[in-house]
Design a protein around this ligand. Structure first.
Ligand code: ZN
Ligand code: ZN
Ligand code: ZN
Length: 335
């Protein structure tokens, strides 16, 4: 079964992909390298010449370009549609271990270029409304493969979180005549107390409105709606910020740290008020303890923040300063 069902209670689509239930969980550590589908020599990669970054189709796609037709329910409230879309994997390096921060700056730039090119390519299909680019890292997040990679989903609808941000930014623009994220960035740069890292093009900060203890957002300093509109210089400076933020998490937890990274991009169709940005969610609330999204968070969408963002900013800054020397070439500075 492969279809998209409508949840009328909260007006959201649910992707039903039966075959994903059988996808493998992490193979045991010893066997992993041998079995890794993203290492050079794996069947999918055997015929490629030397590569730094490569995009592969997801072997267990939630959405596909030719889904089976759906049989509608008799009750119109129980709405469903075809699971038409796409799912890809960006293999970021031939090295089996690592993270964005273990790549050189030039190599990390190639990763961001791959995101940009894939969004551009996938946006051309008439059924694609949104392209979601994200990176899950660590067993705490449920990542089944350790080889550094990101994922891309081409969706036939605009995700509700993006819709909520568009609605908020459009309302803000109507009332104030300016862009919400431009205004937040300007204020934060002046104020300085929540900034972790800044370069010529991007500011990395713990937002005033953080929901996760060590949440970090990366905002382009100049107004830009979409990943596809980033200049070559901005692509390089975004790669720089991504390296620093991921290194900051490793330094904070003093190990290879897990996280979720999501690109929040303008939809690929239409014309909305938006400001492209990247969000990072860190599952730990200190070096040892996980912050779980449980009853109040999952059941009600109410987040409780453990601690004070401004104090966490000081911890993140210290971690950032400690991480910088390990990174080689960097383009900005930790506060
Ligand atoms: Zn591998
Ligand atoms: Zn803006
Ligand atoms: Zn966002």
């Amino acid at each position: 079964m492969h279809e998209i069902r409508w949840n009328p209670l909260i007006k959201q689509w649910v992707i039903v992909a039966a075959h994903r239930a059988v996808r493998p969980w992490r193979p045991d550590e010893k066997q992993e390298r041998f079995m890794c589908p993203f290492c050079p020599g794996a069947p999918e990669l055997r015929d490629l010449d030397k590569w730094d970054v490569v995009v592969l189709p997801n072997k267990y796609p939630a959405l596909i370009s030719n889904p089976p037709p759906v049989e509608l329910e008799k009750m119109s409230l129980l709405l469903k549609r075809e699971a038409r879309g796409g799912a890809e994997v960006v293999v970021e390096t031939p090295e089996h271990q690592g993270d964005l921060c273990t790549l050189t700056l030039d190599h990390a730039k190639k990763v961001v270029e791959a995101y940009k090119n894939e969004v551009e390519k996938l946006s051309k299909a008439e059924y694609v409304e949104y392209v979601a680019v994200f990176r899950n890292k660590g067993k705490e997040i449920g990542v089944s493969l350790t080889h550094p990679h990101s994922q891309i989903y081409a969706l036939p609808f605009i995700p509700p979180r993006i819709k909520a941000e568009i609605d908020a930014m459009e309302e803000y623009r109507r009332k104030n005549g300016t862009c919400m994220i431009c205004d937040v960035s300007r204020y934060e740069i002046e104020e300085g107390k929540r900034i972790i890292y800044i370069n010529d093009e991007f500011v990395s900060l713990i937002p005033f409105y953080a929901m996760w203890p060590y949440e970090i957002h990366i905002y382009p300093i100049k107004h830009v709606r979409s990943l596809r509109e980033l200049s070559d210089k901005q692509v390089l400076y975004l790669a720089d910020a991504l390296r620093v933020v991921t290194a900051t998490y490793n330094s904070l937890l003093e190990r290879d740290a897990p996280y979720i990274m999501v690109l929040h991009d303008h939809p690929v169709k239409g014309d909305y008020e938006y400001h492209f940005h990247v969000e990072f969610y860190q599952p730990y609330r200190d070096k040892e303890k996980l912050k779980y999204a449980a009853g109040i968070e999952w059941g009600y969408w109410v987040f409780t923040y453990d601690g004070v963002p401004e104090e966490r900013a000081l911890e993140l800054r210290k971690a950032c300063r400690e991480a910088l020397p390990s990174l080689g070439e960097v383009l900005g500075r930790c506060l």
